[in-house]
Design a protein around this ligand. Structure first.
Ligand SMILES: Cc1cc2nc3c(=O)[nH]c(=O)nc-3n(C[C@H](O)[C@H](O)[C@H](O)COP(=O)(O)OP(=O)(O)OC[C@H]3O[C@@H](n4cnc5c(N)ncnc54)[C@H](O)[C@@H]3O)c2cc1C
Ligand code: FES
Length: 273
């Protein structure tokens, strides 16, 4: 059940140009959140309600003992610009944790995590949880260029094996992150023959579409975390509707903020270009 809370900013710092890491003191959300869930953040200062609409941010990490909730966000517009101006000790109103996160299942499969750009944020919490459950995630972390690369040391600190892919080849392997899914799958099969793979992905829609194609072609199950513009974040306005298909072939809309943001990769009907 989501809670509303005023959370003090423990720390805020710019980790690369335009990308901030904020740690908020919010024990109820830190203890309740599961990987893939998000919080709805009131980005305005304490003496203002403008902008009125909250902004959705993935839970990037939690510290259950210290009550910390970490968000990592890129400044793209007014709301994120306001949030980046919060200072330590100020309070931020949070609602959360919200949504249906990743299913960790029984961990009989080897986790292959595929991240695109800021989509890496929710996968850190997921990676930590998978590692705690006994798996060693293989992470393909895709970025446009070297100066966009974030969170890699955090993943490694939590025991994941990470491979960076940049589109321009300025760091790690060159190309699109999804170009390396075959390679990762072969590598995982070589290390643990007979052990099946499960894909967990978050990133821009074209990347997720490529992940879906790969999963369907390879017969590998997967879960994808979707983004959509959100208004209420509570399931009421239907502004975040996503077309999905059931195993029986029936199509319907589901809410990214309620039934998502994480969906079975086979169910998502991406808009055609
Ligand atoms: C479930 C969920 C989790 C998210 N987690 C993160 C996260 O961990 N880190 C992070 O940096 N961002 C995350 N986002 C995206 C983030 O919510 C938006 O970037 C933010 O709301 C933009 O607010 P703004 O006022 O700064 O920008 P606006 O002025 O509202 O928009 C600026 C630009 O960003 C685009 N944009 C805004 N919101 C979205 C959106 N939801 N999806 C796609 N494009 C958008 C607009 O079309 C516009 O081009 C998440 C979104 C969702 C739905
Ligand atoms: S944002 Fe209102 S229903 Fe999802």
């Amino acid at each position: 059940m989501p809670v509303s809370a005023n959370a003090a900013v423990k720390t805020i710092r710019q980790i690369i140009s335009g990308v901030f890491r904020i740690v908020l003191d919010c024990p109820p959300i830190a203890s309740e959140a599961s990987p893939g869930q998000f919080v709805h953040v009131a980005v305005s200062g304490a003496d203002s309600t403008d902008p009125l609409l909250r902004r959705p941010m993935s839970v990037c990490d939690v510290d259950v003992f210290q009550g910390g909730v970490t968000l990592v966000f890129r400044v793209v517009g007014r709301g994120t610009r306001e949030l980046a101006q919060r200072r330590e000790g100020e309070t931020v109103s949070l609602m959360g944790p919200i949504g249906h996160g990743f299913e960790l299942g029984m961990q009989v499969r080897q986790p292959l995590l595929v991240a695109g750009g800021m989509g890496i944020a929710p996968l850190l919490f997921l990676s930590k949880s998978l590692r705690a459950a006994g798996s060693v995630p293989l992470v393909l972390a895709g970025f446009a260029r070297s100066r966009d690369v974030i969170l890699i040391d955090d993943f490694r600190g939590y025991g994941a094996e990470v491979h960076v892919v940049t589109e321009d080849g300025t760091e790690g392997m060159t190309g699109r992150v999804t170009d390396y899914m075959d390679w990762a799958a072969q590598e995982m099969a070589r290390r643990k023959p007979g052990n099946e793979i499960e894909v967990y992905a978050c990133g821009p829609m074209p990347m997720l579409r490529a992940v879906q194609e790969w999963c369907l072609r390879s017969g590998v199950p997967g879960q994808v975390s979707l983004e959509s513009r959100m208004a209420c974040g509570t399931g009421a306005c239907l502004g975040c509707a996503q077309l999905v298909v059931d195993p029986g072939g029936e199509k319907r809309y589901e809410r990214v903020c309620r039934e998502g943001p994480v969906f079975d990769v086979r169910r998502v009907i991406f808009p055609s270009d």
